[in-house]
Design a protein around this ligand. Structure first.
Ligand SMILES: [Zn+2]
Length: 882
């Protein structure tokens, strides 16, 4: 699975309100979190808790064997019509001493019949479970047959299509099963669907019969897979087919722009084929899941999801616009390589439990980088790694809401909250350190052994560390403890003493005194020349001697102002991870000379390090912006332009006062516009244009944007497609231009693509210039059915809480916080984090910060994971408002 990369430069909106009566909230929380359900049927003290508790899962994994599901669903085109299902579950068990527990959330109204071994069962229902008496179960050859109505919550039903999304444990919201990653099963599937629908599942089609307006399709039984990887999609899809190296690939999509499909499809098939070939070589294990299809879904919740034989993608990240940036193309290649890597890392060998979900994600990222890099020889991959991992990892790891890579997880109903930047961005950094320690060959050997030993089964991080520990002298268990099992990052301070540089490491968390072993490439430079010096830090302190040949800041030279200045950048090689406090002279040097550094990676690392210094208030945001404006006209590396524009947009909206913004806006917009004009590549133009669109505030700038949207002015070399036009219309409207409503109305009429049009119509009221309309839009979000299309909700929330509207939207913060428990309960896994980011991202005032602090104070016993999500999302707000 891969998080969606949100393309916009300004994509961290943050805010909502509404006061749920406290008593009601308390009752709700009691209900959700107590785990005590004495009110449901006969209270046996052995009844399992709701969700999928670790205790239940462990018992089942120990006893159940030879598991298979034979499932069939009758699909209806109308999303309101019930879906009926039948299934046969077969298994053996080693435990006859207790009842058998199946997971199923929809409850009694959705269960029609259960028979065990051909006889009606005397089953009981408790919340989230079906309990089958132990007397009905045998040690061998159990057959449970169930007819049911499928729950809709994880079926993503739309008027013309539907798709399953069962990760991490949402299969039992649709049908009865053992919903845990370490009970792998073979799945057979039959679908009965409208005959004008296409359908795709994990297995190859083995039977297809049309009769009247219905079609019946059977799929081959899968290899053993966990419930979270079982999947199908059905609906009005078009299918593209291609052959690569003797293997057939199919791409299902709903794109109406035939040219766009034509323009993209060759690259998309090629990327899959080359990823697959690379992985077969690297792992020494052929692809084990038979056929290979993928489905492009509009507004899919993630960038991709790795169902074997049927990967699902977010359509927008695969079918790129002509204006696609270099970054979008790299992201696409990375997403495809990431999902393909999961066929081995996650699908072939699966984590025992979702606390190790990060493992499959880190390997998919790590491998994806290895696959993608050679295909983009013109890209500086070390810089790309830096830019795509460090800022995002720091954005969580610097906050009071951070957490270890490996977390405890008592129940899968909380699994969604494990995902985030620590798994997706910090863990790959840690993995790269591991590769540094072991060397690439030993790591590959260890991974091959691990995949072979546990194939079609499950394993933990500790199983892998055990295999790898045998291949190094370093104490990997201690290393893993600091980096993987504990939260936060080392604080490191550099200082120059004579001809030596010292690095002092400390633990920012009180009372812990953790030490992180890491290898870094320290850059020691004078003027714009530098020498890289490798350093390993293991304890509180490490020292380096300034190499001969590097000028030293002796007394004579200090007096001579023309003398080149000595600087030390511990992060300069793009490796070191942590909160680095630069020595004063290096900081002063960078604030003046950063743009003159010749190496793009050094510049990128310096930007990332300076931003952390802004966060810790060692560098004022205004100095950072001044430096950016000075640097952008001479920065020619797109990765760095994107990095700087993203920081500077954040600084502009979050850390400047309105008067500071007014002061710099004319010059800033001029720099962005000349960036658009000057750029040679359309992707660089698009990067500048997107930054301009999201930060423009002057009347001249807004008038220019208006002319571009009206197509009265063309930007030479920049293609603007439908999504770009929609974004411009929204950005004009949120600036309350006089014609705002007319612009939105006209934009709505321009859409050719029905999915995009529906999304736009959903978002429109959030941009209304009438407060009542915005209030009503927000109020509607209380109703689950209005939150089903999460990307739409998030886009609307971002505009609702746009910094220009922050004063009017502050009142929505508290009710949004009040809804968070329900958001987690009813939404997909990234939704709580994104909900909070969209809610708080536009705010920077003390009063907004107080709303969040008051909420946290009012809820001392709030679920810890949700508290962390709030603290993460509020971090910049707290810093800006302090
Ligand atoms: Zn993934």
């Amino acid at each position: 699975m891969r998080a969606r990369s949100v393309g916009a430069v300004y994509d961290r909106p943050r805010y909502l309100i509404y006061r749920m009566p406290l008593l009601l909230l308390l009752i709700l929380m009691q209900f959700l979190f107590s785990g005590c359900h004495n009110n449901v049927t006969s209270p046996e003290n052995t009844d399992p808790e709701p969700g999928v508790p670790l205790t239940l899962a462990t018992e089942r994994a120990r006893s159940i064997e030879g598991l298979s599901y034979d499932l069939s669903f009758t699909l209806a085109a109308d999303p309101a019509e019930p879906l009926s299902g039948r299934e046969t579950i077969r298994f053996a068990t080693k435990d006859l001493s207790r009842p058998l527990v199946l997971d199923f959330t929809p409850g009694a109204d959705y269960l029609k019949s259960i028979s065990v071994g051909g006889r009606p069962s005397r089953y009981r229902l408790v919340k989230d479970h079906i309990i089958i008496p132990k007397e009905e179960i045998a040690s061998e050859d159990n057959t449970i047959e169930i007819t049911f109505r499928a729950g809709d919550a994880s079926l993503n039903r739309n008027p013309d299509f539907m798709y399953t999304l069962f990760v991490p444990a949402r299969a039992h919201l649709a049908f009865p099963c053992f919903d845990q990653p370490n009970l792998k099963a073979r799945f057979a599937l039959e679908l009965d669907a409208p005959s004008n629908w296409q359908a795709v599942a994990n297995g190859a089609e083995t039977f297809h019969e049309t009769s009247g307006d219905r079609v019946r399709i059977r799929y081959a039984e899968t290899q053993p897979i966990p419930t979270y990887l079982f999947a199908f999609a059905a609906g009005k899809f078009q299918v593209e087919t291609a052959e690569r190296d003797g293997r057939w690939y199919r791409m299902f999509h709903r794109e109406t722009d035939a040219k766009k499909v034509e323009r993209n499809k060759k690259a998309v098939f090629d990327l899959h084929a080359s990823s697959l070939e690379w992985l077969e070589k690297y792992t020494g294990i052929p692809y084990r899941f038979g056929k290979f299809d993928f489905v492009l879904i509009p507004s899919f919740q993630f960038g991709g999801m790795e169902h074997p034989g049927s990967i699902f993608y977010n359509a927008a990240s695969i079918l790129l616009e002509e204006s696609a940036t270099q970054n979008q193309m790299l992201n696409r290649a990375t997403t495809i390589a990431h999902e393909t890597s999961h066929m081995w890392f996650g699908d072939l060998v699966t984590m025992q439990w979702f606390n190790d979900v990060w493992m499959k994600e880190v390997f998919a990222n790590f491998i994806a980088a290895k696959i993608v890099n050679p295909a983009f020889p013109n890209v500086n991959h070390d810089l790309r790694f830096l830019v795509s991992h460090y800022p995002a990892a720091y954005s969580v790891d610097r906050t009071a809401g951070t957490h270890p890579i490996r977390q405890e997880l008592a129940n899968l109903d909380e699994a969604g909250s494990l995902y985030g930047a620590i798994i997706y961005e910090k863990a790959p950094i840690v993995m790269r350190q591991l590769e540094r320690i072991l060397g690439p060959d030993k790591l590959q050997d260890g991974l091959r052994l691990y995949l072979k030993q546990f194939q079609f089964g499950n394993a933990t991080w500790l199983d892998l560390i055990k295999i790898l520990d045998e291949r190094t002298d370093l104490d990997l268990t201690a290393w893993s403890h600091a980096w993987v099992e504990e939260a936060g990052r080392p604080a490191t301070r550099t200082s120059i003493e004579g001809d030596r540089v010292s690095f002092i490491q400390s633990d920012p968390q009180e009372g812990r005194s953790l030490r992180w072993t890491q290898r870094m490439d320290v850059l020691i430079g004078t003027s714009t020349a530098f020498t890289p010096v490798p350093l390993e830090i293991q304890s509180e302190r490490a020292e380096l001697k300034i190499p001969a040949g590097v000028s030293k800041p002796d007394a004579q030279r200090k007096r001579d102002s023309a003398q080149p200045q000595l600087w030390i950048l511990p992060t300069g090689g793009g490796l070191a991870y942590g909160d680095f406090t630069l020595d004063d002279s290096t900081r002063a040097f960078l604030l003046q000379h950063l743009p003159e550094l010749k190496d793009p990676l050094t510049r990128g690392a310096a930007w990332v390090t300076l931003w952390e210094e802004v966060m810790d208030r060692r560098v004022p945001a205004s100095s950072f912006i001044d430096l950016s404006m000075h640097a952008l006209p001479r920065e020619d590396t797109e990765q760095n332009v994107q990095l700087v524009l993203s920081y500077v947009s954040d600084a502009f909206w979050t850390f400047l006062s309105e008067s500071q913004r007014r002061e710099i806006a004319p010059q800033f917009e001029q720099i962005l516009r000349s960036g658009i004009d000057r750029s040679n590549s359309s992707s660089m133009k698009a990067t500048y244009f997107s930054a301009f669109r999201s930060t423009v505030t002057t009347p001249e700038g807004i008038a220019f944007l208006d002319r571009v949207w009206r197509k009265q002015e063309k930007i030479p070399g920049l293609m603007l497609a439908e999504p770009d036009e929609a974004a411009m219309a929204l950005d004009l409207a949120v600036r309350s231009v006089p014609a705002a409503s007319a612009i939105l109305e006209e934009q709505r009429g321009r859409f050719m693509n029905p999915d995009r049009k529906a999304r736009f119509e959903f978002v429109m009221p959030a941009l209304s210039d009438r407060q009542e309309t915005r209030d009503a839009w927000f109020e509607n979000l209380r109703d689950l059915k209005n939150r089903r299309r999460e990307p739409w909700v998030l886009e609307g929330l971002q505009y609702l809480h746009h910094p220009l509207r922050a004063a009017q939207s502050e009142k929505y913060i508290r009710p949004s916080l009040d809804l968070l428990v329900e958001i987690q309960r009813t939404g997909d896994i990234f939704f709580p984090t994104r909900w909070m980011n969209a809610t708080l991202g536009g705010h920077n005032t003390r009063s907004a910060a107080d709303v969040v602090r008051t909420f946290l104070n009012d809820h001392k016993n709030y679920p810890i994971r949700l508290r962390r999500i709030i603290l993460q999302a509020a971090d910049e707000l707290f810093r800006a408002a302090s």
